[in-house]
Design a protein around this ligand. Structure first.
Ligand SMILES: [Zn+2]
Length: 508
């Protein structure tokens, strides 16, 4: 409303000038009257689930000069170079260049320097606030938060994905000027205020994120790893509580001049990159068998069926083997529980062969592999699954233990969450609320159930089995006294669920 009113004021004034001064002044009148100073909208903050500020702005300003209004260019160049810490020649060149009537002298100038400029009361020198983005925790949540360009536009991560909410709408000040562009003393000015950007409240929990950052730094150090990644999801709703990709960088020192390392260090591999999951994928095969068995599918194995102890399976003339040599007796006479505890490949091959391609693919789809999860983040990879029609038996045998298929860490965590939470697949999400600086909520994001994967009963059985993987099987390193932890190991790490008193988190 205020904006419309001011705009009408300006038009009214132009009309007056045109009518009274006559046609010969028309063009000049428009040009001279509508000198404008941008009023930059404050970019919204980004906060964690409990109000910890993760991205905000420093109070800085852009200083610019309207050249026509400068009386002594040499004097002004000298004074501005002293106040702003730039060379005399640099300012003088800007003031004497002929190209534009207004020139930007320096961006991201501190408030103290602006105070000096105000004190001097120079003619033709103006300033406007700009957005100097700051990240109070430096190298923290880097690949999720992303960063902005030097002029404050979202360039990657959430800064880019939610840019239209964060950026707000710039306003401007229109000044009345005389024929050489000098502001008229006592002249009118109309002020169109900026609409500041909205704040984002994330699902990320600062404390959980901090623990994961430290754990991944240690893992990199201990294993001399090239990269390490971790995601923590609340399986009861799909909210992402932590997401770490290492190596990363300090968001206050974005390596803008080195695009190769910027792309490498800033990439959110958990969401945007795919890999062959290996044995962590056996959760799907186990869940498929349990669900089909409960539904009365005669091809599914009973829960306590004892599988053939041979290390090999021959599928269409090809030999598929277990990673273990089966010589120490650990892989002998295994049930599905034993198969999960020891991660014995042939057991999962047997299940896939018995259930068949159509049924196995039904579960690949139900657990949403081969398609994006729909997380609120740009560039999500959809994974890679062979088209069902192209899958040979030997491919299906390998898919059963996580080969010949590629997934993202996010897909794996979301699918596993649904296997243990009662069979509910939630769309994972990073932002829970969008609100204005005065606290008015513009959007509140509710957990979104995408589909059911397995029944409550099957999920209970699978959870108990995965809990035993941690208490007595290959996942013992994840065991925590006093907590119920479920998990499944793989070559590329561990997927595990912590079932605590009230909170349940899933980590991949
Ligand atoms: Zn085995």
């Amino acid at each position: 409303m205020a904006v419309t009113f001011l705009f009408l004021c300006v038009l009214g004034r132009l009309f007056y000038v045109q009518v009274i001064w006559g046609e010969d002044l028309q063009e000049k009148a428009i040009d001279q009257w509508t000198r404008e100073i941008p009023v930059v909208a404050r970019r919204g903050d980004i906060l964690d689930a409990n109000g910890v500020v993760l991205a905000t702005n420093d109070d800085t300003y852009t200083v610019f000069v309207r050249k026509k209004a400068v009386k002594d260019k040499e004097y002004l160049s000298k004074k501005l170079s002293e106040i702003l810490g730039v060379s005399y020649q640099y300012v003088f060149d800007k003031l004497t260049a002929t190209s534009s009537s207004e020139v930007t002298i320096k961006k991201q100038v501190k408030k103290e320097s602006i105070d000096c400029i105000i004190e001097q009361n120079f003619s033709g020198v103006y300033y406007s606030r700009d957005n100097s983005r700051v990240y109070p925790y430096n190298e923290f949540l880097t690949a999720v938060l992303g960063f902005t360009s030097t002029d404050g536009k979202g360039q990657s991560g959430l800064e880019l994905y939610y840019d239209k909410y964060l950026s707000g709408i710039n306003g401007e000040i229109l000044y009345e000027t005389d024929i050489v562009g000098v502001e008229i003393d006592g002249g009118k000015a109309s002020y169109i205020p900026a609409t500041n950007g909205l704040n984002l409240k994330l699902t990320i929990d600062y404390d959980v994120q901090q623990l994961c950052e430290t754990a991944m730094d240690e893992a990199m150090e201990i294993h001399k790893a090239k990269s390490a990644q971790m995601i923590v999801i609340d399986p009861s709703c799909g909210a992402v509580r932590a997401l770490v990709t290492k190596p990363s960088f300090n968001l206050n020192e974005v390596p803008r001049d080195d695009l190769v390392s910027l792309n490498k260090l800033g990439r959110n591999g958990i969401i945007c990159d795919i890999y062959e999951p290996g044995s962590t994928f056996k959760v799907l095969t186990a869940a498929a068998n349990v669900e089909e068995y409960l539904q009365g599918n005669k091809n599914a194995y009973s829960i306590n069926h004892i599988y053939n102890s041979s290390r090999y399976r021959y599928i269409d003339g090809q030999k598929v083997k277990c990673w273990s040599d089966h010589k120490n007796g650990k892989h002998a006479s295994l049930t599905l529980q034993g198969g999960l505890n020891n991660s014995c490949n042939p057991i999962f091959v047997d299940i896939a062969m018995a259930l068949g391609k159509k049924t196995m693919y039904k579960y690949v789809e139900l657990f949403n592999y081969g398609q994006v999860t729909g997380i609120d983040f740009g560039g999500e990879a959809q994974g890679m699954t062979l088209p069902e029609s192209a899958v040979q038996n030997v491919d299906l045998a390998r898919i059963a233990f996580g080969q010949t298929i590629a997934v993202t860490g996010l897909q794996l965590a979301s699918a596993t969450a649904s296997a243990v939470n009662g069979g509910y697949y939630y769309v994972p999400y990073l932002v829970s609320e969008i609100y204005s600086e005065d606290g008015i909520v513009a959007e509140k994001i509710q957990p979104k159930l995408k589909n059911r994967t397995i029944s409550e009963q099957a999920s209970k059985i699978v959870s108990e089995m995965l809990e035993k993987v941690v208490s007595e099987g290959s996942g013992k390193q994840a065991y925590i006294e006093g907590y119920r932890v479920a998990g499944k190991t793989g070559v590329f790490g561990l997927t595990c669920v912590i079932i605590a008193m009230k909170k349940r988190y899933i980590m991949a």
